[in-house]
Design a protein around this ligand. Structure first.
Ligand code: ADP
Length: 305
């Protein structure tokens, strides 16, 4: 079952087209990622989904409801983690959750029980009475995610959930998101971190400049665009015309960028051996596993970061 269906979605800001006619759907209980560099249109897309930003054109249903006409009903069933932590720094950790619960008219005792349960889940129970301003960046992020779960949402939408966190704090957030997924919550997240997309998402949209470049499971995207390995030949870009005829059939595709020739081998070791036997001098010959960064690179000729 699809819980989000977007058809030909547009977002314009005074003539700037941030989202340019995209269509996609998100299935119940999946972890769905929108991956792209800064400015790709990821935030604009998700803020239409959580009813914060009106659609410029298109159609968008969330949980079967039209977001344009039924935003209030939809919002009550969503959890939202915005890019910036917008916690109330003057309140304690627990108070932040209780105040938020009151927006959903959750009765006092139930709100308190839910808040304490969430603090435990996010390993924040010892901080319950602490002022938010005393928390580390990672703890604030976890509290923002906890807050988004106060109303037991069916879908949680996270905009760049781990931007600015150190690797340890990031891994903690990932662990908790995996646990959430196991509880049956549908997760929609935006990210420009490849590892995050690969580790957390069942399915991904790759976005750039307001459009979708491709979508699929992370491993399928890698298979489709590059194959499992990449061979980087430093200094190979200028020698491309000489090299390519000599490795015909060994690489399924190539990309010359800067001074490097990126080759997508059918058999990495065989290709490496042939290149090593050529009379050309490469500054570097590296055979490595392909990643989503390579996919993005191949699709756009640019890096993601
Ligand atoms: P991403 O989340 O992928 O970084 P955004 O959706 O934030 O991308 O931005 C897409 C484009 O829209 C960018 O060029 C950005 O500057 C522009 N943009 C985003 N929000 C606004 C806004 N409120 N007003 C004007 N332009 C905006």
């Amino acid at each position: 079952m699809n819980v989000i269906v977007a058809e030909n979605l547009y977002k314009n800001y005074n003539g700037l087209q941030a989202v340019a006619g995209i269509s996609f759907s998100v299935r119940a209980r999946e972890s769905f990622g929108i991956l792209g560099p800064n400015g790709a249109g990821k935030s604009s897309t998700v803020s239409m989904i959580y009813g914060f930003s009106p659609l410029s054109a298109g159609r968008l249903t969330v949980l079967g409801l039209d977001i344009t006409r039924q935003a209030r009903t939809v919002k009550a069933r969503l959890g939202v983690v915005p890019q910036e932590n917008n916690l109330d720094v003057d309140l304690t950790v627990l108070q932040n959750l209780l105040v938020y619960a009151s927006y959903f008219s959750i009765p006092g005792p139930a709100a308190r029980a839910r808040a304490l349960e969430l603090l435990k889940f996010f390993s924040l129970e010892e901080k319950a009475g602490e002022k938010v301003e005393k928390l580390s960046g990672g703890m604030k992020r976890r509290l923002t995610i906890a807050r988004a779960l106060v109303n037991n949402p069916e879908i949680i939408i996270l905009d760049e959930p781990t931007t600015g966190l150190d690797p340890h704090a990031r891994h903690l957030v990932w662990q908790q998101m995996r646990a959430l997924k196991e509880q049956g919550v549908t997760i929609v997240l935006t990210t420009h971190y490849l590892e995050e997309a690969h580790q957390l998402c069942d399915r991904l949209l790759i976005m750039d400049r307001g459009v979708i470049l491709d979508e699929g499971r992370p491993d399928d995207l890698v298979d489709r665009h590059t194959g499992p390995e990449v061979l980087e030949a430093g200094g190979g870009a200028a020698l491309k015309e000489e090299i390519l005829p000599r490795i015909a059939g060994l690489a399924r595709d190539h990309l010359a960028m800067g001074d490097t020739l990126y080759l997508y081998p059918r058999d990495g070791q065989a290709l490496l051996a042939v290149l090593q036997g050529l009379p050309h001098r490469f500054s570097r010959l590296v055979l490595r596993q392909a990643t989503l960064e390579d996919v993005f690179f191949k699709l756009t000729g640019r890096g993601l970061q």
